[in-house]
Design a protein around this ligand. Structure first.
Ligand SMILES: Nc1ncnc2c1ncn2[C@@H]1O[C@H](COP(=O)(O)OP(=O)(O)OP(=O)(O)O)[C@@H](O)[C@H]1O
Length: 294
């Protein structure tokens, strides 16, 4: 990867996140070992897809990394280390609640499935975006907040002219773009997206994903993208981690996963998507994919 001159000395590694031996249990009767001894790394600027059938632990892993899990979930072992671009290694386990909240907005943000429904229906979207800056960038003036919010709406393809729109005046796709704008507001280094476009129609979904892929090149953030839509992951991911029953059974580039899957379960998963196996099965990777050298 190329580094700009100022960063050259402080960025020590190409990895943004190192997850080691991470396990999560739901302490119910009988206990559910939802994530079992997962280790993986996320590179700077890459899109890592988390694939696997419903219930395999994708969401639990992502929430666990972000310390968003609530009881009965218990992290039973392992660590997640964030390699900040300022050169510091942050052990997410060591942060208290307040530090973790700041971390979540500033360094790593999250877009959930159905996030668009989380917008406040009686507050216009410009104000809702502006509130992110009021809370986390109190040094900005009102005019600067306004300009930043407008710029964000522009880059996610909503348009600055919608600043005063209320959520109900926007389509589902547009509202989801607003949520992505919020997640991008503080220029995080990591975005975790959990089925962020599942509720949207296929064309809108593809358009938004293409945009995310372009934006991460422009802004240099990494993405962990969760979905059970493997064909979609093959299109947009640089690498894919396949999960089964709480474990990562295979992790490799999208091309390798598609053409040379090593694990029998990965091959089975691929075969379960007719669009990948029939004559029309060749998936087309967008021009936006990057070579990670993984
Ligand atoms: N609050 C809970 N209490 C008990 N078990 C839970 C709880 N939440 C999740 N689980 C279990 O943990 C396992 C992993 O669930 P998780 O939601 O992480 O999977 P997933 O791969 O994200 O599935 P999906 O794609 O359906 O969201 C499943 O067996 C699920 O039933």
């Amino acid at each position: 990867m190329t580094l700009d001159k100022n960063q050259e000395r402080i960025v020590t590694s190409d990895n943004l996140l190192t997850v080691s031996n991470f396990s999560v249990m739901y302490d119910v009767d009988p206990p559910v070992e939802a994530v079992r001894d997962v280790s993986l790394t996320l590179k700077r600027g890459e899109i890592l897809g988390l694939a696997g059938e419903s219930g395999c632990g994708k969401t639990t892993l992502a929430y666990g990394i972000q310390r968003l899990l609530k009881p009965p979930a218990v992290i039973t072992q392992g660590s997640a280390i964030f390699h900040d671009k300022a050169g510091e290694d942050i052990d997410l386990n060591s942060l208290d609640e307040k530090q973790m909240r700041a971390f979540r907005w500033n360094k790593a943000s999250m877009v959930f499935q159905g996030a668009m429904n989380a917008l406040n229906p009686v507050v216009n979207i410009g104000k809702q975006l502006g509130d992110v800056f009021t809370t986390h960038r109190p040094e900005l003036s009102r005019a600067e907040r306004h300009e930043e919010s407008a710029r964000l709406l522009e880059i996610v393809g909503v348009g600055r002219d919608r600043l005063r729109a209320f959520p109900h005046e926007l389509s589902g796709g547009m509202r989801q773009r607003v949520m992505i704008a919020m997640a991008l507001a503080l220029k995080p280094q990591l975005m975790i997206m959990d089925e962020p476009t599942t509720a949207l129609d296929v064309l809108v979904q593809r358009e938004i994903l293409q945009q995310i892929s372009d934006l991460r090149k422009e802004f240099g953030f990494s993405v962990i993208f969760i979905t059970h839509d493997l064909p979609l992951l093959l299109e947009i991911s640089d690498r894919i981690a396949v999960m089964r029953a709480g474990k990562v059974v295979e992790i490799n580039t999208a091309e390798q996963i598609y053409h040379h899957a090593e694990h029998e379960y990965t091959r089975k998963l691929l075969a379960s998507f007719p669009s990948l196996t029939g004559e029309r099965g060749d998936f087309v990777r967008g021009t936006s994919s990057v070579e990670t050298g993984a």
